[in-house]
Design a protein around this ligand. Sequence first.
Ligand SMILES: NC(=O)c1ccc[n+]([C@@H]2O[C@H](COP(=O)([O-])OP(=O)(O)OC[C@H]3O[C@@H](n4cnc5c(N)ncnc54)[C@H](OP(=O)(O)O)[C@@H]3O)[C@@H](O)[C@H]2O)c1
Length: 299
Amino acid sequence: MKILLLGKSGQLGWELQRALAPLGDVMALGLHSSGGLVGDLGDEAGLRATIAAVAPDIIVNAAAYTAVDRAESEPELAYRINAGGPAVLAAEAAARGIWLLHYSTDYVYDGSGSRPWREDDAPRPLSVYGKTKLVGDEAILACGCPCLILRTSWVYAARGSNFARTVLNLAAERETLSMVADQIGAPTGADLIADVSAHLLRSVTRDGNAPPCGVYHLVAAGETSWYDYARLVIDEARKHSLSIKAKNVVPILSEAWKTPAVRPLNSRLDTTRLRTCFDIRLPDWREGVERLVHEILQS
Ligand SMILES: NC(=O)c1ccc[n+]([C@@H]2O[C@H](COP(=O)([O-])OP(=O)(O)OC[C@H]3O[C@@H](n4cnc5c(N)ncnc54)[C@H](OP(=O)(O)O)[C@@H]3O)[C@@H](O)[C@H]2O)c1
């Protein structure tokens, strides 16, 4: 089995390189790939030629324009990458009858209410980023290729910068930290998403009775706010005897933390469909975050 993976250097792409390896040969491309192959989602001709050259059995797209706030001031670029790119991948997958695995976001929903969003709820993105991701999802679904679109939230990875590392750095320098307490979601590890992705791909490509194509929610179990997430990170660090200067973590409202892009308040995603269709258990978000803090402190 040959897998074409796009976005190899991102949080998720990095973990997918590991998780997909046991499934087959993984051709992993980044934004600036070399050797005549193109991994730039904004380069339609290059993408089509690359897919023809690689002739994959599965395309996995972890690449995206993810600069949520910057997207508000450069919507054309965000649309080209998040909507145009997936449309090209889906058209190629449909023409070849191969699977496309793609990732999407809680930002396609408007964050109203407190019930976890289900896959059949009407999306209504609040930000340019959310709109571009939704148009990408719709383009894939309209193409009719065999596809899985996994909507996730609050993604973190041990590699590179992440919320936990930022909290630890701030907590080492400041006595008081202010954290948004009215946005609720589930921090979800890129390692978990990658491992579940591999499980799903194995099911749909090898199981004659595979669950239906389409959108699935994939997040860790449980829910939290950025405020409680930060407190858990600090508590964990204290358990590991890290010197913490911060004495107070102060809960604030989103209104007090103005950003160019509006974030949904309710980012809860209902994962019932994924768990029942693919018979998997999703661990509580705390398990992954505790492990993340441990890894940061060991590095
Ligand atoms: N991060 C989150 O909290 C979150 C939440 C919900 C859903 N998601 C979705 O999950 C998926 C993976 O996100 P992530 O957290 O792994 O994001 P990430 O770490 O920002 O990785 C995205 C990757 O895409 C690459 N990229 C940017 N523009 C590109 C282009 N034109 N062509 C090809 N590659 C391009 C980036 O390259 P450079 O680094 O060189 O720019 C980066 O390696 C995305 O679909 C995202 O929308 C993420």
